[in-house]
Design a protein around this ligand. Structure first.
Ligand code: 2IT
Length: 448
């Protein structure tokens, strides 16, 4: 795609030349900049205000050492980070990821995506992301607590309910948020909404743990409705088996769709009967085993098959929903899906598809929606948790779910309004243009 000359120059000078090793960050900036061609051509104010130069540089990056003690009493050291990317629309907001692949390139890409995603929700949140290269796999509860305490020992001074509000992401779930919140409270001597994804008894919101997956399915329903179709009866291939995959599988199953795959680092499960509520619940058991594998599913449920070392994109599905991690679906996977007549792809993981995969879907006329639109229900519901905390109240599940529903409807409408190309919707362009415009206009209004 042809890039606007200003965007091309800033991508080269401010990103590629300065951080040539930040592959994921370069990928995410390139995707957004490619979408902005007509917007930048028509609006010289963005170049005059040097918005692109400013928007690719995090407002602040905090990097720290995390020394902690393992079960043998040995000292372990990990890297901790918080990237406070942009606060034009509200306090920095975004998850913490604990995974061995975490580095600054990954967190800068996630923070960059988060800023536009949060803008799409229309709620008052800036963008941020953080985490550590700590690997929770195989660690005991005590080790995880030791790590979380050590991580928050430094992070607590940089966050606050009106400053920066972290949440979970890969490797950070209810258990980790509990330990992190406990340590924040001890150090800050404050009980407030500084983290989201909290337990239901102590400040958490109903529907938060389901929200990313539920929101993704609501988004898919809107994509289908444009084609006068509904989700009931559709065969859905999902990757991953964590919180996001679980929520999507649960809502899809409730609505009568057939989820035929889940996957882990060890391979994928094909279940031609489709998941039922027992099987969806079993995903939680698999996750809490801490082993990061899905193979045991095939031993438990007759009729399902485990394919070691393979990805679910070879299954015969109507809709593909990557729910695991960035770049999990590449050009070859996309070609396989297209050959198998996939009808629609909704990316739920952040940047789950490579540029080659997106190109393959788009050039074959397959509707493809990007993670920053599809998965925004998670962070949106985090903001609903913040609202409840600030108002010292709890809302019912119906209240939260109905707000989530209208937020996802609004995001789909924003993609349609900004992404229409010859009667078809380019959801990537729509999401990037709508998100960028909101952040950039706020930056201009707020000066420098
Ligand atoms: O990628 C994401 O949007 C999240 N991990 C959720 C962030 C949040 O603050 O709820």
């Amino acid at each position: 795609m042809k890039m606007n000359a200003y965007a091309e120059r800033i991508l080269q000078e401010c990103v590629i030349a300065k951080y040539p090793w930040e592959k994921e960050f370069i990928q995410s900036v390139t995707e957004v900049f490619e979408s902005l061609t007509s917007l930048l051509d028509a609006n010289p104010k963005y170049e005059q205000n040097k918005i692109l130069e400013r928007i690719v540089v995090p407002e602040r990056i905090i990097q720290f050492q995390v020394p902690w003690t393992d079960a043998n009493g040995e000292v372990q050291i990990n890297n901790g980070y918080r990237v406070q990317f942009n606060s034009a629309l509200g306090p920095y907001k975004g998850g913490l990821r604990f995974h061995p692949t975490v580095n600054l390139s990954v967190l800068k890409f996630l923070g960059f995506e988060q800023m536009f995603k949060n803008a799409l929700t229309t709620l008052p949140m800036g963008g941020g992301k953080g985490g550590s290269d700590f690997n929770p796999k195989g660690k005991s509860d005590l080790e995880v607590m030791n790590f979380c305490n050590a991580f928050m020992r430094e992070l607590f001074r940089h966050i606050g309910p009106d400053t920066d509000v972290p949440a979970g992401d890969i490797g950070v779930g209810a258990r980790e948020i509990g330990y992190l919140f406990g340590q924040y409270k001890r150090l800050a001597n404050m009980f407030n909404g500084v983290l989201t994804g909290k337990g239901l008894g102590w400040g958490g919101s109903l529907v938060r743990s389901e929200a990313t997956g539920f929101g993704a399915i609501y988004f898919v329903q809107h994509m289908l409705a444009r084609q006068n179709q509904e989700i009931a009866g559709k065969r859905i291939a999902i990757s991953g088996f964590g919180n996001v995959a679980w929520g999507a599988a649960l809502k899809a199953t409730q609505l009568g769709a057939k989820v035929i795959t889940i996957s882990g680092p060890d391979g994928y499960i094909l279940d031609e009967d489709g998941l039922n509520f027992d099987k969806v619940n079993y995903m939680l058991e698999l996750r809490s085993s801490g082993k990061d594998i899905v193979a045991p599913y095939a031993e438990k449920f007759a009729g399902s098959k485990f394919f070691a070392g393979r990805k679910p994109w070879e299954a015969d599905a109507d809709i593909a929903m990557p729910c695991a991690i960035q770049n999990e679906l590449n050009g070859n996977d996309a070609a396989t899906l297209v050959a198998n007549k996939i009808k629609m792809v909704a990316e739920v993981s952040n940047m789950g598809c490579t540029p080659e995969a997106i190109q393959c879907f788009q050039s074959n006329g397959i509707p493809f929606a990007p993670g920053k639109a599809v998965n925004a229900g998670g962070v949106a519901t985090s903001c609903l948790e913040m609202s409840q905390n600030a108002g010292h109240c709890y809302w019912t599940a119906e209240e939260v779910d109905s707000r989530l529903h209208s937020i996802m409807t609004g995001i789909h409408e924003a993609c349609v309004a900004n992404g229409e190309e010859n009667g078809k919707i380019n959801y990537v362009a729509g999401a990037n243009i709508a998100g960028f415009r909101k952040v950039a206009d706020a930056m201009i209004a707020q000066g420098w």
